[in-house]
Design a protein around this ligand. Structure first.
Ligand code: ATR
Length: 291
């Protein structure tokens, strides 16, 4: 693979610091929108680009990052585990999740982070007036997103985290990330939860149709977060809102995990408002074309 991680290869002035996201497919990633808005708002001569990297080629991309002095790297499907194994060091969270979504250079080392959990908690604080400490949470799903959320909720002091998933073994494995407060459960657990998170792909544009659980099992006073952001309002969220249940989509998690990446790479606080405006405009344009 030719090294695309240079300013010259991107047609940019040499003084530009480059950051990138690698994944496959990567064409519809919103990360360039979020990070370029952040760099512009912060007045930094950085540029963020999306690079299609085929499965099995993530290690090469990391080597390219070492040789070109890339400012930062985001990692998405299908490379999160490969990158966790290829960086010099992982944070404790990335090690527990065995998944890296953000690589930051630190001295001579490339450090693997996972900012999804922080993104989730940041988004929750932004969207809802909700205290995680002491709460009873139910997470629907047991994939990569669910794992990050379960760990983050436990680290933030939840009283219990119950995982419900179609495939029972995966529910068990994911619940274990929460340690003694982690359990598997069934839909009966929904009634007594304070927070319900959909981390399945059910209701996602192009994903399985339907709802991740029967919305009538929830009641007003609970907070529901659907990690999906395309569409902006899923059928599940719409049904919950009709029942006067507070429901939010996954835009804020996306926003805050990118904000954390910005912060790790630049050591500056992220310009949240500029990033939010940019991603909201992009998502609204996308929902009109239903891409
Ligand atoms: P991600 O890494 O983005 O979280 P993933 O690893 O593909 O995505 O996980 C998708 C989640 O949605 C899984 O929990 C999956 O359930 P299984 O573990 O049983 O596969 C869940 N999911 C996908 N399609 C589903 C469906 N039709 N009904 C219920 N759950 C579904």
């Amino acid at each position: 693979m030719a090294n695309t991680f240079t300013a010259a290869a991107q047609g940019l002035p040499d003084e530009t610091t480059l950051a990138a996201v690698i994944g496959s497919p990567i064409a519809h990633s919103l990360s360039p929108t979020l990070l370029n808005a952040a760099f512009a708002a912060a007045g930094l001569t950085w540029h963020y680009t999306a690079v299609e990297v085929a499965p099995g080629e993530a290690e090469q991309a990391l080597n390219d990052m070492r040789s070109t002095g890339l400012g930062g790297l985001s990692v998405t499907m299908p490379h999160k585990t490969a990158v966790a194994n290829a960086v010099d060091r992982c944070t404790e969270t990335a090690t527990l999740l065995n998944a890296v979504n953000c690589v930051a250079p630190q001295g001579q080392e490339l450090v693997g982070h996972n900012t999804d959990g922080e993104g989730f908690l940041g988004g929750l604080a932004h969207d809802a007036n909700f205290t995680v400490a002491g709460c009873r949470a139910v997470v629907l799903g047991a994939g990569g997103a669910a794992r990050a959320v379960v760990l983050a909720l436990a680290q933030a002091g939840a009283n219990s985290v119950t995982v419900i998933n179609r495939t029972a073994e995966k529910a068990q494995e994911t619940a274990q990330l929460a340690g003694p407060i982690g359990h598997t459960g069934d839909h009966q657990s929904l009634a007594t939860a304070d927070l319900i998170v959909n981390a399945t792909s059910v209701g996602m544009h192009g994903g399985p149709p339907g709802m991740p659980c029967d919305p009538t099992l929830l009641h007003p006073g609970q907070v529901a977060i659907d990690l999906i952001y395309h569409p902006l309002v899923t059928p599940w969220m719409a049904a919950l809102k009709k029942q006067d249940i507070e429901a939010h989509n996954g835009v804020s998690m996306l926003l805050f995990q990118a904000a954390r990446a910005f912060n790790l790479w630049t050591n500056q606080p992220a310009p949240i408002e500029a990033m939010e405006n940019a991603v909201t405009a992009a998502l609204e344009a996308r929902s009109h074309t239903a891409q």
